[in-house]
Design a binder for this molecule. Structure first.
Ligand code: GTP
Ligand code: MG
Length: 137
C-alpha cells in the first residue's frame, strides 16, 4: 500500500514539536498528500479508537486525544503503513528505538506524540474519517 494516516497528538502539539516531526516525516521519504490542524470531539475520539473501548485506559485515551489540537495527515510512500510504524517506534517510548519519533518526542505510553495506522485497510478508513476527497492531493 502507498498511503498511511497519521496524527501529531495533543502532547506533541502543546510541546511545540509539529515542525520537527513533519521534518522527520518528509526527510524519511513520505509525501504529505493531505494535512490539517483540527481538534477531535469526544464522539470523534470514541469512534476513532472504538477498537480499544474495553481497555482500562480508554477513558484516559479519549480525554487525552480531545484536550487540544492535533495535526491530521495522509502520507504517501511505498510500504507506507509499515515504514511509518518503524519511523514512529514502539507505543511505549521507553521501548522505542533510538531516533524514532516516539523516542525523541513522546513522554509516556499514553501521551506518545504520534499515531500511525496499523493496516492498509485502517489507513483508508482513518484518512476518509478526516478528509474529503477534494482535500487529498
Ligand atoms: P496508535 O498509533 O495511536 O494507534 O498507537 P499504537 O498502535 O502504537 O498503540 P495501540 O493502538 O495499541 O494504542 C492506541 C493508543 O492508546 C496508544 O498510542 C496510546 O496513546 C494509548 N495507550 C495504549 N496503551 C496504553 C496504556 O497502557 N495506557 C494509556 N494511558 N494509554 C495507552
Ligand atoms: Mg494503534
Amino acid at each position: 500500500g502507498k498511503r498511511t494516516f497519521t496524527m501529531i497528538k495533543p502532547d506533541a502539539v502543546e510541546n511545540g514539536h509539529i515542525g520537527a516531526i513533519l521534518e522527520k516525516i518528509t526527510a524519511s521519504g513520505f509525501n504529505i498528500v493531505a494535512m490539517k490542524l483540527t481538534q477531535l470531539s469526544k464522539r470523534d475520539a470514541e469512534e476513532f479508537y472504538a477498537i480499544h473501548k474495553e481497555r482500562p485506559f480508554f477513558g484516559e485515551l479519549v480525554e487525552f486525544m480531545t484536550r487540544g489540537p492535533i495535526v491530521a495527515a495522509i502520507l504517501e510512500k511505498e510500504n507506507a503503513v509499515s515504514d511509518f510504524r518503524t519511523l514512529i517506534g514502539a507505543t511505549n517510548p521507553a521501548e522505542a528505538a533510538e531516533g524514532t519519533i516516539r523516542n525523541l518526542y513522546a513522554t509516556s505510553i499514553g501521551e506518545n506524540a504520534v499515531h500511525g495506522s496499523d493496516s492498509d485497510e485502517n489507513a483508508a478508513i482513518e484518512g476518509a474519517f478526516h478528509f474529503a476527497g477534494r482535500e487529498i492531493f
